[in-house]
Design a protein around this ligand. Structure first.
Ligand SMILES: CCCCCCCCCCCCCCCCCCCC(=O)SCCNC(=O)CCNC(=O)[C@H](O)C(C)(C)COP(=O)(O)OP(=O)(O)OC[C@H]1O[C@@H](n2cnc3c(N)ncnc32)[C@H](O)[C@@H]1OP(=O)(O)O
Ligand SMILES: NC(=O)C1=CN([C@@H]2O[C@H](COP(=O)(O)OP(=O)(O)OC[C@H]3O[C@@H](n4cnc5c(N)ncnc54)[C@H](OP(=O)(O)O)[C@@H]3O)[C@@H](O)[C@H]2O)C=CC1
Length: 515
């Protein structure tokens, strides 16, 4: 019997961010491996015109939960959605719901956050810091709470090269900042944001660092652990390979490469793609929850969940594996043939952005206009270039994360738990993982049918022919232009034509001779 699975049996578990990428996988694994858990409270806000119940049933009816439903048939009874908006006072939770949570909750997994890189500081602070503070306050009143697991990111201290499993001090006290933004005007906050985040690239990494500090300062007697994953990618094995449902991290650019939008990307040749599969992160999280509750460490332990030091994969290798997969299983309705390369300096990046991104988009928009349709490609390209500029910082640098706590935990698991909750990234085969990742994007994110692959391949062949035709016509036009204007070009042209003629005559003569 798995010790970890048994630990979650009979427990009342509170998850924030359960409708997010990691939250769903966490919930799925809990229901599949500990179907005898008592209840999972999930804090949800209504969204896109859907009520709480509608959102939750739509989520639970997705393919991700199919296996869990077989093992835990009464899955809907195990989930108790609770209305909450984390940006509201007291997290927007009603008095009755709060009472229930305070009385019953045994375990908290705090996943909710804004992960946008361009969020205004006020909003990022509200979700990643103030909501965490409020949740800690609520946790401190819980009668049966055994453990509080906080999700941070390995990049919360990306201003450092080597990052240890410790909480680093922030230059501004989180509480002082929270007080200040209450009365500061939005325009002033925007002005001081670059000064506050200093050498971090965005408000996300900055507020995640502040969030950790708040956890440390307001820990009281709570039994807390912090998980710091790097870039979380599609599932590796569970509940099936390749599951992914959003455009974050590398996903958007993988699609852009597969659809033929992305043709060049600046990446330092030796920079490591520190991607970790979502199921591996969740396995570590559940192991940490068990360990922290049972062993009650004296201080807050931080667990890095990264791949670079134990099983590194470079962005360049990952990129070429992505292209190789889309060669075998192309995405439907590609704009151009997937054929991308990495650039290493700003000049070549600018050049290729102009030639292979903006120029085809502008030409295609011209064609759309000519055929009476609305141009849209240049807008899409600009959006992709904006995304690339936001991710540039992470693709062109490498970090070292120590992982002593994660390794210590691995050594404490039983043989069965090491298999059921495998978080050893050394077991990952990158080639196989990347292939499943791309196929997962095709199937689960873009909802493309694998039966459409022959048609997608035909479409790519047609694009290749258009490409050759276009290049030939372009060459002839340019050449005609030169010939008309320069004697030198005409001389070269006559020389080449006479050479070809002599070559052909020689071949014809030698083949006649042989017969
Ligand atoms: C040469 C071969 C290449 C082969 C491929 C190689 C791939 C290499 C990829 C390298 C990626 C490196 C990634 C590093 C990430 C480090 C992460 C640190 C880890 C974390 O802790 S947090 C989790 C990560 N968080 C994110 O990734 C969020 C990033 N996104 C944003 O902040 C915003 O979305 C962004 C980029 C600022 C764009 O904002 P905006 O322009 O306002 O657009 P919207 O988000 O509102 O969306 C509008 C529209 O675009 C679609 N969308 C959203 N995101 C993407 C995306 N990444 N790519 C493409 N399209 C995207 C979205 O669905 C919307 O569509 P609509 O139809 O609704 O308009
Ligand atoms: N994905 C990654 O690559 C990494 C993620 N992390 C961390 O892991 C955690 C989970 O990330 P991930 O699952 O990817 O993020 P998602 O963006 O997929 O999910 C965020 C979750 O937070 C919820 N949320 C956001 N705002 C509110 C609000 N105002 N009220 C209530 N709920 C809200 C969202 O709810 P709704 O559905 O209503 O929007 C959603 O459930 C985060 O803490 C993140 O910092 C760390 C490293 C890497």
């Amino acid at each position: 019997m798995s010790v970890i699975a048994a630990f979650y049996g009979g427990k009342s578990i509170l998850i924030t961010g359960a409708t997010g990428f990691m939250g769903k996988v966490l919930m799925e694994k809990l229901l599949r491996t500990s179907p005898d858990l008592k209840v999972i409270y999930i804090l949800v806000r209504p969204k896109a015109g859907q009520s709480l119940q509608q959102r939750v049933s739509q989520m639970m009816n997705c393919k991700l939960f199919e296996k869990a439903k077989e093992i835990c048939p009464n899955i809907f009874e195990k989930i108790r959605p609770i209305y909450s908006d984390l940006t509201k006072p007291d997290l927007g939770i009603s008095k009755e719901d709060l009472e229930e949570l305070l009385t019953h909750t045994n375990i908290i997994f705090h996943c909710a956050a804004t992960v946008r890189f361009d969020d205004p500081l006020r909003h990022a602070l509200q979700l990643n810091v103030i909501a965490t503070q409020q949740l800690l306050f609520m946790a401190s009143q819980m009668l049966k709470l055994e453990v509080f697991i906080h999700f941070s990111t390995a990049y919360s201290n990306c201003n450092l090269k080597h990052i240890d499993e410790v909480i680093y001090p922030c230059s501004v006290e989180p509480k002082k900042l929270i007080d200040s933004v209450e009365w500061l005007d939005d325009s002033i906050i925007e002005e001081i944001t670059p000064k506050l985040i200093e050498n971090r690239p965005n408000t996300y990494t900055y507020t995640k660092a502040l969030g950790e500090m708040v956890v440390y300062q307001e820990r009281g007697n709570l039994n807390i652990a912090i998980i710091r994953p790097s870039i979380v990618g599609a599932s590796w094995q569970e509940p099936f390979p390749g599951w992914v449902d959003n455009l974050n991290g590398p996903n958007g650019l993988i699609i852009a490469a597969g659809k033929g939008f992305l043709h060049s990307l600046k990446a330092t040749p030796k920079a490591v793609a520190d991607v970790v599969p979502v199921d591996l992160v969740i396995n570590l999280t559940l192991a940490v929850g068990w360990h922290t509750a049972v062993h009650r460490p004296k201080s807050i332990l931080i667990y890095h969940c990264t791949s670079g030091s134990l099983n590194p994969c470079l962005w360049t290798d990952l990129g070429f594996q992505v292209l190789a997969t889309f060669e075998k299983a192309p995405l439907e309705k590609a704009f151009r043939r997937p054929n991308a390369d990495f650039t290493t300096n700003n000049f070549s990046t600018y050049l290729w952005n102009t030639i292979s991104h903006m120029a085809p988009a502008v030409m295609y928009d011209f064609y759309l206009r000519l055929t009476g349709r609305k141009p849209r490609m240049a807008k899409l390209m600009n959006r992709m270039l904006k995304t690339i500029s936001m991710l540039d910082y992470f693709i062109n640098r490498s970090w070292e994360w120590s992982s002593r706590n994660t390794e210590m935990l691995m050594s404490q698991l039983s043989n069965e738990d090491q298999k059921l909750f495998d978080f050893d990234v050394r077991h990952l085969n990158w080639l196989e993982y990347t292939e499943n990742y791309c196929l997962g994007i095709k199937k689960y994110l873009l909802k493309e049918d694998m039966a459409g692959i022959p048609a997608a391949k035909r479409h790519l062949r047609m694009l290749r022919n258009i490409h050759y035709l276009f290049n030939t016509v372009l060459f002839l036009i340019i050449w005609r232009f030169f010939i008309a204007r320069s004697q030198m070009a005409r001389n070269v042209w006559y020389f080449v034509v006479s050479l070809c003629y002599k070559f052909l005559s020689y071949f014809r003569a030698s083949s006649t001779f042989r017969h």
